[in-house]
Design a protein around this ligand. Structure first.
Ligand code: NAP
Length: 403
């Protein structure tokens, strides 16, 4: 078969020559609405340790907003410098689908298996990993469908066998495509960084509580017996957060101290004004927690919020960050770090075990995917554009592709 119609797939195991794909090229870098275009691309060959998956549905994540921009990384150029002959990027770091072809050394999946794809790639025979090192910290770690090519915004994607997990039977294809990236990232943020992990009674602040990471954070903190407080930008999003376990939700538009700190006198007017606002913000948090400060802050907005995050974090607590949506330059008043012996911890995606644990939580219905809206294949640029402008619906968005 030359190419399957969009929304249709050939019989399981029959691989067409070409596929429809959403493609980013360097000369289109910019807004997603222009950067991403539908093209017909040859279905790639797979390596011995790889699997070709027919994509039923894909999840939308912020990383491909960055991929469209070519900022902070020109991913296509970087891969070419490392020897890749490909002059395009097919993004998409989450998928549900059916295995159509397996490489010679693949043992954990077979043709016809229904799978959920996790978005972390590493070399399992890298000595650091073989010796028990954390694969996410290994030198071979890559984000699939972002740093690597052949992601899920196409009829077929190429993954390593370690990326395949069984699809929970009770989920639709779209639901199965939207929880792994944000879910596993949050799982690691709240469980990995001992001793600052979520336990019974841990108060945690969750920025963007109705966003992709936020909806997973609220549920997982609730499940661990923690006490999550959410921050959002509108009163309409408050109910979503409360339904997922938040004990209180703050509308950040009621405060005006956002942005990075500038160098200068800590007794300046600006600093006194900033402190007044952040103290009021803190007071609202404490009103939901019987006066207990968050010992964990789930950070990802970055530049705009990190000074506040560090201030409101309890003594000995941890601000754990995985992103910089509002900017990458973090600033804060160092005194709150050292005098109160707080910690700022970076965290990036997840290991196989952490992804597996998330799948179990979904399978056991302890948490659920929060699927807001399903878009068609040709709406992938629109979904990313809305995300870039923070005008996208709450929770996680899916793309229907293979049916
Ligand atoms: P999302 O669905 O857009 O949610 C993020 C939420 O953050 C938004 O809903 C928004 O909520 C809030 N927000 C945006 N700008 C803000 C600002 N200036 N101040 C305060 N809050 C702000 O995106 P996501 O999937 O949760 O991802 C968020 C970030 O984390 C992205 O930058 C992404 O690249 C990164 N990330 C990193 C990893 C990793 O492994 N390192 C994994 C997943 C995501 P309100 O407007 O309602 O407040």
């Amino acid at each position: 078969m030359k190419i399957a119609k969009l929304g249709e797939l050939p019989p399981v195991g029959e691989v067409p020559d070409k596929m429809h794909a959403i493609v980013i090229r360097q000369d289109r870098y910019g807004d997603p609405i222009n950067a991403m275009q539908i093209e017909e691309i040859s279905v790639p060959e797979i390596g011995d340790d790889e699997v070709l998956v027919a994509v039923k549905a894909a999840g939308v994540n912020y990383n491909n907003v960055w991929a469209c921009a070519g900022y902070p990384l020109d991913l296509i150029g970087l891969r070419q410098k490392k020897g890749s002959a490909l002059d395009f990027h097919i993004g998409g770091s989450e998928a549900s689908g059916i295995v159509y072809k397996t490489g010679k050394s693949v043992t954990n999946v077979k043709i016809g298996d229904e799978v959920v794809i996790q978005g972390g790639i590493w070399d399992p025979v890298e000595p650091y990993v073989v010796n028990g090192g954390d694969p996410v910290i290994s030198s071979s770690f890559l984000s699939w469908g972002y740093e690597s090519n052949w992601g899920s915004f196409a009829q077929f994607c190429v993954v390593k066998e370690l990326q395949c997990l069984p699809k929970p039977g009770h989920l639709s294809w779209e639901e199965a495509a939207v929880y792994m990236l944000t879910g596993a990232t949050i799982y690691r943020m709240i469980n990995r960084w001992q001793p600052n992990v979520v336990k019974k009674g841990t108060v945690a602040l969750v920025w963007g509580g109705a966003g992709g990471l936020g909806v997973m954070a609220l549920q997982m903190i609730r499940e661990a017996g923690g006490i999550p407080v959410a921050v959002v930008n509108s009163d309409e999003k408050k109910k979503i957060c409360m339904d997922l376990g938040a004990v209180g939700v703050i509308n950040r538009n009621n405060y005006k101290h956002w942005g990075g700190m500038t160098e200068g006198d800590i007794h300046s007017e600006e600093y006194i004004e900033w402190r007044k606002e952040v103290v009021a913000f803190n007071k609202e948090i404490l009103s939901f927690t019987s006066g207990v400060s968050p010992s964990l802050v789930i950070e990802h907005p970055g530049e705009s919020t990190i000074p506040t995050s560090l201030f409101i974090c309890s003594k000995g607590g941890m601000v754990v960050t995985c992103g910089g949506t509002s900017g990458y330059v973090g600033s804060f008043d160092l005194r709150y770090l050292w005098v109160h012996q707080k910690r700022i911890q970076g965290s990036h995606f997840a290991s196989y075990d952490e992804c597996y644990a998330v799948n179990e939580m979904i399978e056991n219905k302890r948490i659920r995917p929060v699927l807001s809206k399903v878009y068609n294949f040709d709406e992938i640029p629109l979904a990313h554009q809305l995300m870039k402008e923070n005008r996208h619906p709450f929770g996680n968005m899916a793309i229907r592709i293979g049916y």
